[in-house]
Design a binder for this molecule. Structure first.
Ligand code: NI
Length: 169
């Protein structure tokens, strides 16, 4: 399995909307596997297609602690049908925003529809950490990054840091 490059902020590709997948073929299955390998290696708990330069609507995630084994989920063309409650996602992070962490308000429960990696329809409710990951990854499919939810000051500080890093390279 190949390791893929993860695009990082402020790469403009991360701001694009994705298009739905019409046909899940072998090539796409390979991409799912390569993305999973990339996510586990990073390590991260979720990865959305735009983060590896793919403008299509799917995410992968695994919220299991590694010592308990893997539980890889693939969600194709996902949508959130309903959101309920509120939860503070503490110290949220993103593989496309290295070294950036922030607390973000998220819905506590979400009802999700989509299809799995074999094209079977899915409809399920997620809550807590599971709901947070789904909301974070689905945002990526709409060009939204969690840095959009923080204060302007915190965002400016990170922007400055990123600019400095880019100058060094
Ligand atoms: Ni992310």
């Amino acid at each position: 399995m190949a390791n893929l490059d993860i695009l990082t902020y402020p790469d403009k590709f991360l701001r694009k909307n994705t298009i739905p997948i019409e046909n899940i073929n072998g090539a796409l299955q390979t991409i799912f596997d390569n993305m999973a390998a990339t996510m586990y290696k990073a390590p991260g708990i979720g990865l959305a297609a735009p983060q590896v330069g793919i403008g299509q609507s799917f995410i992968i995630y695994d919220i299991m602690q590694q010592e308990e084994g893997h539980d890889l989920r693939v969600l194709v063309n996902p949508t959130i049908i309903t959101r309920e409650g509120e939860i503070l996602s503490e110290n949220e992070g993103c593989l496309s925003l290295p070294e950036f962490r922030a607390d973000v308000k998220r819905a506590e429960r979400v009802l999700v529809e989509g299809v799995d990696r074999d094209g079977n329809p899915l409809r399920f409710e997620a809550e807590g950490m599971h709901a947070v990951v789904i909301q974070h990854e689905l945002d990526h499919l709409n060009g939204i990054l969690f840095i959009d939810y923080v204060s302007a000051l915190k965002r400016q500080m990170y922007n400055r840091k990123v600019k400095k890093e880019m100058k060094k390279q």
